[in-house]
Each structure stands twice: as structure tokens, then as C-alpha cells.
Design a binder for this molecule. Sequence first.
Ligand code: 13P
Ligand code: SF4
Length: 341
Amino acid sequence: MEAGKPIEDIRREWGRRLLILAHHYQRPSVVAHADAIGDSLELARLAAREKEAERIVFCGVHFMAETAEMLTAEDQTVYMPDVRAGCPMADMATEEQVRVAWSALCEQGGDWLPVVYVNSSAAIKAFCGEAGGSACTSSNAAKVFEWVFGQGKRVFFLPDEHLGVNTAADLGIPDGAVAVYDPEPGGTRPGRAALRAARVVVWKGYCHVHTSFGIDQIRAVRERLPEAKIIVHPEVPREAARAADAHGSTAQIVRYVKDAPRGSTIVIGTELHFVSRLADEHAGRVAVRALAQSVCGNMARTTEQNLLALLQSWPDENIVRVREQTARPARACLERMLELG
Ligand code: 13P
Ligand code: SF4
């Protein structure tokens, strides 16, 4: 069934009482119906600011909708077209594992602060809020790290090893001052000496969509298209981020392509639906290519069809809820992030 027209009819009928938010990785057919498209930070800001909409439909993955739910007012309801759209990286840090790691760090000294990537569960954000830390996204991680260092403290970053390592490197922190904590049973943990030397400890989590980008693909592009500029998302491993011309969040990648001179070629290392949409939007002005074909299957769970099904019947099981007991401390770490920029 053709879903585009009925979705638009429902949007018109609801007017400003309905707000559809879409992350940049969403399919073009979903993005076409969004009131706003953005990266994780922009969408969190919008959710916190928007007070008019009664219903917010979040087209993205679960941690993003959960974040929106915690930042919106009590009389606003957040829905997802497919609530099974999760983020495997966000599931790589359980509350129990994180509390064990935190105790081990604090035993070595009390000068740590947690920084949690928004790609994490509400329970992890609640832990972070209770411990006085802040959330961050890939577009403001450096600012949040600086906020920690500015207090003479050290960063415990989770759950993405690569964003943590790339951010530390951007701030000029030497490799020897960055330690990796593997939460898995039998996983390697930093010993006393490594912890003493560390300014940043990063959790050993990763995004499979972004660890598929590597230095070999970058070398191949440099050979094939020597004039091309390469930009990658900071969830890629360090060697790939170092070899690229730039790295940035999805919104920063959008700006990089917009600012590129006419006739240039930009090769992008991030999710394929997003890269393909940028290629279409800039066709004839800038040649946009994918560094490799890597799809986020969870982002792709949202379709025009399940968006329409949601708008037609508003099932309760599509509502995203966070218990207030968890939301209260989690909100503290999200609000700190929004204050920091
Ligand atoms: P952005 O914060 O850049 O939108 O990225 C979110 C994400 O999940 C990347 O994989
Ligand atoms: Fe999670 Fe990776 Fe998908 Fe982003 S691209 S939502 S980090 S699985």
C-alpha cells in the first residue's frame, strides 16, 4: 500500500500537536515525513525545547527515543514506529558491569568522573547522573572531556572505545594516558600502573557498523581518487580516523559536504542510507561516495509502512517509557550535557 499520502494526511490533521523527529541514518522515505532531521545532539535539544507537541514520533533507535522521553514534559508522549530498533553498542554496558568498573576505579583514587555516550541505556545515564558526570554525543564529546579535566578530574568514558580514544587524541592526550577497560569475564583491565598513568579510561564497546571502516579502504581511496576528501564518523577505529581528512558527527558530516567546493569529491565513512541520501541531495554539485557499504539494520527497522501503522492506531506498546526513578538521575546527566554545549 502507498504510505506516503496517508502519512501526510495524518500530519496535516494533527498539525503542531504531532512532531516527527528523524535521525540522519533513517531511510529517505522516512526522512521525507519528518518535521526535523538531525544528529543525536540536535534531536535531544529539540525534544527538550519542544513543548507544543502532544505526541512525538521518534524515528531512530531506542536510546534516542528514551533520551527524548526523559527530556520532554510529562504531558508529552514519545512513540517509536518499531520499538525493537535498538543499538547493539548501547547494550554493551550493563548497569552491573558499570558499577563494578566504577568501584574498581574509585578504589584507586577519587578523582574520576563518568562521561556516558548517549548511545547507552537510561540506567547507565542514571548511574552517571548520580556520580556527578555528564552525557555526551559524538559532536560534543571533546567539550565534555574538557569540562572534566577543568575540574582536575579524569574521564571514565563508556561505552564506545573508539569515540573515547579519538576524542582523547583530538585533545592531545598521549596514548599512554588512555587505558581500555574490557568488562567481559576474563577481559583485560588496566592494572595499577596503567590506572595511575591514565587520564582517560575507555570501555571496550564498539559499533559494528563503524568498525567495518579501516585503513585499507582509506588507502585504496587515496590511490583511486587522490583528489577526494575523506570524512568519517568518530566511532571508527583510531587508525581510520587518523588517516581520514576529518571526522565528525552526522550533523558535522552534513556541514562538511555542504561547505565542499563545487566539483569536489567527498568519501564518507558512516552509515550507508545517510551517505546515499547526501549523494542524492548534492548530485551535480559534489560527488559523494561511501567509503564502504555499511548499514545500521536497527535504524532501517523504521519504514514508511510501520510509521503509517503507528500514526493510524497509536498502540500503547509503541510508547517509550522510562521509570521516573531512573529518569530523574539520568535527566541530570543529560541536562548537564545540554548546558555544556
Ligand atoms: P550522531 O550523534 O553523529 O548522530 O551519531 C549517532 C550514532 O548512533 C552513530 O552511529
Ligand atoms: Fe548504534 Fe552503530 Fe546503529 Fe549508531 S550505527 S545506532 S552506534 S548500531
